[in-house]
Structures are given as structure tokens and as C-alpha cells.
Design a protein. Sequence first.
Length: 679
Amino acid sequence: MPHRSDTAFSSSINEMAEDTRQPLAESKEPSGMSSFQEAQDPTGAPSRTAKRTRTICWLIALVLGASQAWAGRFYMNTDGVSYLDVGDAYFRSGWESAINGYWSPLYCWLLGLGNWIVKPSSYWEFPLAHLVNFLIYVAALFSFDFFLRELINHQRTHRPPGDIDGGLPLWAWMLLGYTLFAWSSLDWIGLKMITPDMLVTVTVYVAAGLLLRIASQGRGATWLTFMALGTVLGLGYLAKAVMFPLAFVFLLVSALIVGSVRASVPRLCLALFTFLLVASPFLIALSLSKGRPTFGDSGKLAYAWYVNGTSLTPDEAAAVLNRHWQGQPAGSGTPQHPTRLIGKHPPIYEFAAPIQGTYPVWTDPSYWFEGLRVHIDAREQLRVIASRVHQYYDMFVGFPLMRILRGELSAKLLLLFVSVPLLLIVGWVLLAYHSQRRWQTLHDVSQYWFLAVPALAAMMMYSLVYVETRYIGGFAVLLYASAFAAIRLPSKEATVLSTAIFVPLSAIFLISFSLSSPPNPPPLYWQVAEGFRRIGAPAGAQVASLQYANNAHSQWARLARARIVAEIYLSNFIVEEDVFWLAPDSVKHRILQTFARAGASVVVAVKPPAGARLDGWQSIEETGYFAYFLRCPDSARCGTSKTPASADVTAEQRQGWESPPRPLGGHHRLGIADNPGVE
């Protein structure tokens, strides 16, 4: 069944209206009281109303998406740097060096293609990535529109004969549907982060729309529809590895809703063949690269980090979560090619080769963690599931029941927990109550099991390991849409109830979105990169860091085309460098020598503490970053600085820099002054 155009969609709305008139006439209901109330207008108002609502919703969704993408255009997350690096590798270095067991390829290809075509300057590179994100958001809007059309069409074709109760008015579906889309896309997923989650929703919406089409056609479902389903699921896997197992859930559901084994089996085989045809080139290349069958290592690593780590002591868990896993604790496996520990007090790691990229440790974690052993423990798993169930409660309900029971109820507390997911649940309960169908409501809900099953399967998979709202945004929409599609309302109450529920819901979302929108951040990463160049650091400079560099330096280093090759590493969460600045001069000298032997040409520091002496350090503009050249390139002003060599960092300077460092805590503090000579 080919995709319908806007004209066809308008026609289907008019057809719905015509279908509604006959049973209403037979039941002698007053005009204007059908489930699609505007259908009684002989001028064709229902079509115009629905089209007008749809157009307004599209415009609002595009404006909100563009404003969020523009507001965050200079922001870059560390995962985004890795996606950009891998995307460049596909277009510049060849696929052999780009095949990656952690970062799925499709999103990398899109980012790499954008950079390859536009070839942006460093100032525009991150905004270009956000433009790609916005274009994916537009694609998600089109795919959701396809899903919504198929949902409305399914409701129309599966209405019981003579049933005068109907679903939501068409304009209400437009309002509810696009509010769901905008909320999940901009609040739960967002355009600020450079991640493939929006791309996944594109495939989820199209796959769900195809399931609705198959359900509508039944035994007459076309071969082309199943071929399209396999193709979309294959692209979903290339967007994110979690879609590989979920693809089989979608395929199984598609076979079950055909209603005939004879008709479903050959079509299922075609869909499966098409899925493997799209997915297998990367599957084979990745498996050959790893020397073992695999569809990706991100799930395995996440399980080791977030599940196996729950039964360990804090120090043991830190060893497993360590970006520089060295085989601790005992029983966690044997690292095949770990980063090199080149200093012990403080711990210094080198990782210049063989992985390329801005921060090689995070360019392909699956390489550095090769050999990490995963084990299944029932107590660990139950503990994690209980934690994820609590997370889901906070995501979908968030009502502070326990605090209220403790007598902490206040208007301010309730306002903090007025959220779109909770309002959606309340709205559905009110509609179900006014439908007067009682236990029949459960039967109505079960009619859309084929939408709920893939969504629940995804949420169950994430509950086993780790979940964030951006992972399940599209699946949450499927759950809500299937629930509201089951609503059957008395014709007299449909418009009144829809207006009372969905108009305030949309208004609350728009208000909360406007209030929560952050101000535009300055292009700090670009300022540091430009300042780094101005002090003479060449492209390709080998950088060492005094702290975990992925959070501190990867963004500006990407723009400066520098490579981070060594770092002092205490923890992912320590964002200060006191272990260096508060050490005796002899220890500082030894640390700098260790960096030099690792191949670094320059050490970069962030916001030294007040009173730190900066002999030989150069200020990188007014950013709070400082550089110390270990090898002086011809272009560098080594030994000179805007800050005098003998000067200390003043408290006033320190306060002028953003994000003051957090204090070292507990077991993270290392007494390097007591062991100055230990390597």
C-alpha cells in the first residue's frame, strides 16, 4: 500500500466523516455529536479543521526543534566527539580503521558525510553537527506523521459495524499526537546531545507504522510492506545495536498480526532476508575485525559496568568502570590490549596507538576493554531491575507519594512534579472513565498489543542494564499512542473531553519547554582551540592532560585537530588537577618528564587552583586553560606567556573562570608527596 499524500490524507479524513454520519443518523443522535464532531458540517469543516491543526502542529514542532538546535549549537558531548571522529574515519581513513564495536555506523556516516560535503571551519563544525541532528529531527517528524496516519486509518477500518461510540476527534489526534512527538523528541531525547537516539526513533516510527498497515491489511498485507519493514529494521540496527534483538520482536509481531500462517511465513522470511541484507555487511565486517561473531559490544560493556559492578566494593567497581581497565578486580577477565600504565603515583596512562581519534580511549572502548568478562548473577540482576523500575516510575509518574505520606505536601512540591507523562496518564484515566466501557476498556487496549509489545520489549531490555529517557523516547510514544487509540467515547462527550484534556496538555508542554530552554552558551570550545593555535601549537599536536581528558579536553581538541595521548587518571568524576598543582616541584618535574616520554608535546591544564605557580605555563586566551610545551615547535612562543612566569594564580582570576573544581574526596586523594620517587 503506497504512502498516501496530503491530498489522500485529507480524503481519508472526509471518508471517516462520511462513515460516521450513517450510524449517527440511525441512532438519531443530534447533529454535531459524532466521535468526529465536525463531521456533521456539510461544508467539509472536519477536513479543514484537522488539516489546519496538523499544519499548526508541524510549524510549532519545527520552530521548537530549530530553536533547541540553535540554542545548543556550540555544545558538544564527549560521545559526540567520538561519533565525529569515527565519521571522519569512514570518509578519510577507510572503513578498515573505522569499523567500531561500540559506536554504530549509520549516525557516524551522516555526520561524516556532512563534514565531507561542507568542510566547515572549526567555528562551524559543531553547529553543523547540530544541523545534521535537526535534519534527523525533521525526518523523525515525517516518520511520526506516517505512523499517525496509519494509526488513524487502522481505527477507521477496524471500527465495529453500527458502533456509535468512536475514538478521539481528528483534531484531537493531531494535537495529542504532535504534542507526544514534540515532548519525547525535545524533552526526553533533545537536540543538544550529539547521539543517534533521534535517528533510532525515525526507524521505530516507520516500523510501527508498517505494523499498523499490516494489521489493517491482514492476510492481504503486501510483500512490499514486509520488505520495507525488514529494510527499516536493518537501518535501525545500523543506527544503534540495541535494535538488532528488537528487530526480531518487530518481525515476530508482524507475522502474528497477519492472521494466517500460510500468508505470514513467506512474508516473514522476506522481511528477515531484507533485514539481514541491510545489516549483514556491517555485521560481517565487525565480526571479522573482532575475530568472533558479534553484532556490537556496547551491550556487553554496559552490562559489565552497570550490572556486574553492583556487587563489588567501591574500589573494585571503580576498577571495572575505569576507562583504563587493567584487569582488576580478579575474575573480571584479562585485558587483551589495555592502555599503558606509565606512572603510578599519580597514575599516568598512555594510549597514543593503535586507535586514532581525538581521545582514543573513547574512540573505541571495545578495543581497550577486549577481554572483559561478563557474568550473570541473579542477585545483581534483581537489584538492577528494581533500580530501573524505580527509574521508570520517576520517568512516567514522578509523583512524590512517599514525601506526601511523610507530611511534606506543599503547592511548590506538586508543581515540581507536574509533567507531561503524568498528565498523559491522568488524561487517559479520565477518558477511560467517561467512556463508560468499564472492563471492556481492557479489551479495547488489547486490540493494539502489536504496538505495545515492541515498546515494552525495549523497556524491559533497558531495565536489565541501564536506561535514560533518550533511549526510550520513541517507544514511550508507541505506548501512549496505543493506549489512547483504544479509547471509545460517547459521541456527546468526545469534543468536550478532548478540549478539556489535550488543549491544556499542549499548553503546559509549550510553557514548560519555554521555561526550561537554556540560554545560548558561548563558543568556549572554539575559543580554546583558536587560542591553542595562536600560541603556536600545530595541528596534530600530541596533548597530555592533568585529569580525565575526555570530559576536560576532547571537545576543544577535536576542533584544534589535536590528539590526547596521555593523562593523569584518578576517576571519571574528578574534575580537578590538585594532584599535580599541590605536589612538590620534584614530583611535578617527574610527571612532565613522564608525559614527554609518552610522546606528548604539550600539557594542557584547566583552571589551576588559586596560588598555583605557573612557571613556563602559557595562558590560552582568557579561557582558564593553560599550556606547557614539552617540545617547542617552531611556531610556538615557548617560555612566554600572558601570565608572568613567576606569577601565581590569584583568587580573583580563579573566580573569573567557570565551573570551579570539586574537592577530592576520600580514597581518591593520593599522597604523592610522600612517595616522590616511586614510578
